[in-house]
Design a binder for this molecule. Structure first.
Ligand code: UDP
Ligand code: MG
Length: 143
């Protein structure tokens, strides 16, 4: 197993539901080190760019609308096997399909408003972290 980085985003539904603390606690208890964390509000342009891989899919416009609808909290995470372990922690995209005890099963309302983002590969983890954080903002580097 390799030390990997992955990007979490606590999505606007997570912030609106006042779940920042609970979801962050679950991430930390699962052994992830937080390298960087901020609260920000995405514009439609920023949200659309982040999800550019999904452009043209039927849910894209709604996804961009939702992701720019309020504040969100991007979090840069590091751990052995971070990408797969984080996706196990959050569960399937649709909370109806998510395993018991996962973050999406516990807190998400539906497939679109599903509380958290997670990167899908180590390469995308690095690319997505760089979308939100400069290297100097990853303050836990070298801790
Ligand atoms: N999404 C949606 N409807 C779908 C598929 C995805 O609204 O049918 C949204 C959902 O918020 C999801 C995001 O688009 O988290 C990105 O989709 P992806 O398939 O990459 O799911 P994820 O990697 O987030 O589990
Ligand atoms: Mg994805």
């Amino acid at each position: 197993m390799a030390l990997e980085r992955t990007l979490a985003i606590l999505k606007p539904d997570c912030v609106r539901k006042q779940l920042i603390g609970e979801v962050t606690a679950r991430i930390q208890k699962a052994g992830f080190k937080i390298l960087g964390m901020k609260m920000t509000r995405l514009t439609k342009e920023t949200a659309g760019g982040f999800y550019a891989v999904h452009k043209g899919r039927p849910f894209y416009d709604g996804l961009v609308e939702f992701m720019s609808s309020g504040a969100c909290v991007p979090i840069a995470l590091e751990k052995e096997n971070a990408v797969a372990d984080y996706r196990t922690l959050i569960g399937a995209t649709d909370p109806k399909d998510a395993a018991e005890g996962t973050i999406r099963k516990l807190y998400a309302d539906n497939k679109g408003e599903n509380i958290v983002h997670g990167s899908d590969s180590a390469e995308n983890g690095r690319i997505e972290i760089a979308y939100f954080f400069s290297e100097s903002e990853l303050v836990a580097n070298g801790m």
